[in-house]
Design a protein around this ligand. Structure first.
Ligand code: F0G
Length: 480
């Protein structure tokens, strides 16, 4: 089978569509496409596409508890996968087509120590450690779904622009499955070392562009179209189907209770969009009766969503959101030559491609958006590290955001809150070491120009000479 990349191909008539199809998110368009159609935008109006299901024609569970399969044996890969054991809620591929590498074995953990930092009462804060995925970030959830769709359409090459985690994930899937060649676009000097090392080690063709993520994103769209390469960025609606399962695992981890709040970092806004879709679908299916509230946290140096949603009042408006407001804002950014800039390189993005879908999610989840500084992010990251498995800077924006929202009185200290820790601690050793280092030059070089003035929660290494007595004294002094 070959990928259809011909943009003149007509939309499939509603009457003939199957139980699974793609649909334009605009209510004024609503064009539908069959699932083998490879698209990242509606051919009629250019808006984003959703994967849609006619649930009446599909087998769906009647109770939320019966969502997960009983067996989780590695010998049964689809039940073992934290994505595909929920396959009845993303039923776009036949079982034999599914691409899985054992993604989604992640942990929801109660985190009282971190909760205390954020002003929460014991038992209130839960951390969802998506860094425990095979490539070390939540991206594997969506990538296994995108890879499955890519296989369905017979793609031989797959590409993405990335701040490092999408690319690491794509590179890993291509290496493990040997089905496709990975071609990744990254902004030169813009991705953390752990992530760059993954792309190189997994053998991806790594194209370093003299520019940032927003530049790379624009280029990869053009290149993918010109060369007919399958694009796996989150403009690909199948990616988001996989990311829905993070929410299913959260519900499962809470014994199928709906939390009060989900807090997620905002970059390209794929996660926030996918979470909103997950909850809307669960409610439409009658599997939950209440949707949690959603808090999306931007880094202050990459705060498009915060600016548009909280300051300029941009809203979903049933799909008729004010696109000219967005356009004007982007023109302002260009006029001021303002580029995204934050230590949380994963979310260093000014033009989030999923903005409209995120507006829909915020609408469905009565959402709020906040921005946090790099200082807030690194302090929160130190707390997450000292209180659990740790995370990379972008992920810690959630805990910094929760702290702010709790202080503001928006989130009650007794509310049940889940922060999504999107990436592993080891992804960005540079930021971690600089924060904890006693080397002032290193601190200044790496962090001070980003407005990080102090490391209040630093755990400094103790330098000693190679002498037993001195080592003993140091341990007696500091080690209790
Ligand atoms: N956290 C981490 C660790 C990420 O890598 C990303 C996005 C986000 C949060 C933001 O998620 O885009 O769904 O809002 N990383 C992308 C990448 C952009 O290329 O790896 P989002």
């Amino acid at each position: 089978m070959v990928a259809h990349l011909d943009s003149s191909r007509p939309a499939v008539a509603d009457a003939t569509r199957s139980a699974v199809y793609q649909q334009c998110i605009s209510p004024d368009c609503g064009a539908t496409y069959e699932i083998h159609d490879v698209r990242i935008a509606c051919a009629r109006c250019g808006r984003l596409l959703d994967v849609r299901y006619d649930w009446d024609r599909l087998p769906v569970p009647d109770r939320v508890e019966s969502l997960a399969s009983a067996s989780r044996l590695p010998t049964q890969p689809l039940d073992f996968s934290g994505v595909w054991r929920f396959r009845r809620l993303l039923p776009f591929a036949a079982e034999e087509q599914i691409v899985t590498v054992g993604e989604g074995q992640t942990i929801l953990q109660r985190a009282d120590r971190v909760g205390r930092y954020a002003g929460m009462q014991p038992g209130s804060l839960w951390l969802q450690y998506e860094g425990l995925n095979p490539s070390g970030s939540f991206k594997d959830n969506g990538m296994s779904a995108a890879m499955t769709h890519a296989r369905l359409v017979g793609a031989r090459r797959a590409a993405c622009a990335s701040t490092g985690n999408t690319s690491a994930s794509l590179a890993m899937y291509c290496a493990v499955t040997q089905r496709m060649k990975a071609i990744i676009f990254v902004g030169s000097g813009k991705i953390a070392y752990g992530k760059l090392s993954q792309a190189l080690a997994y053998g991806a063709l790594t194209v370093q562009i003299a520019g940032d993520f927003d530049d790379a994103m624009q280029r990869v769209r053009e290149v993918a179209e010109r060369l007919g390469i399958y694009l796996v960025n989150s403009v690909n609606p199948f990616r988001l189907e996989g990311q829905k399962t993070i929410m299913y695992r959260v519900l499962e981890g809470l014994g199928w209770q709906v939390p009060d709040w989900i807090v997620v970092p905002g970059g390209n806004l794929g996660n926030a969009s996918a979470f909103g879709k997950a909850f809307l679908e669960l409610r439409a299916l009658g599997l939950i009766d209440r949707i949690p509230r959603l808090a999306v946290i931007n880094a202050a140096g990459a705060n498009t969503l915060y600016e548009l949603y909280e300051r300029r009042g941009l809203r979903w408006c049933g799909g008729r959101y004010d696109a000219s407001l967005v356009q004007r804002y982007y023109e302002e950014l260009d006029a001021r030559h303002r580029k995204a800039s934050t230590i949380a390189s994963a979310i260093e993005i000014n033009r989030p491609v999923n903005l409209p879908k995120c507006l829909r999610a915020l609408d469905a989840c009565e959402g709020v958006v906040r921005e946090v500084t790099d200082q807030d992010i690194l302090d929160a990251k130190a707390q997450v590290g000292a209180g659990g498995f740790g995370c990379e800077p972008a992920s810690a924006a959630t805990v910094a955001g929760l702290r702010l929202l709790q202080l503001e009185g928006v989130i009650d200290s007794a509310a049940r809150v889940v922060c999504i820790l999107t990436g592993h601690l080891l992804k960005d050793p540079t930021a971690t070491v600089a924060y904890h280092s006693a080397d002032q030059d290193l601190f200044n070089r790496t962090l001070r120009h980003r407005g990080v003035a102090r490391a209040s929660y630093a755990n400094r290494a103790v330098a000693v000479s190679n002498d037993l007595d001195e080592i003993t004294r140091a341990i007696q002094l500091y080690g209790s």
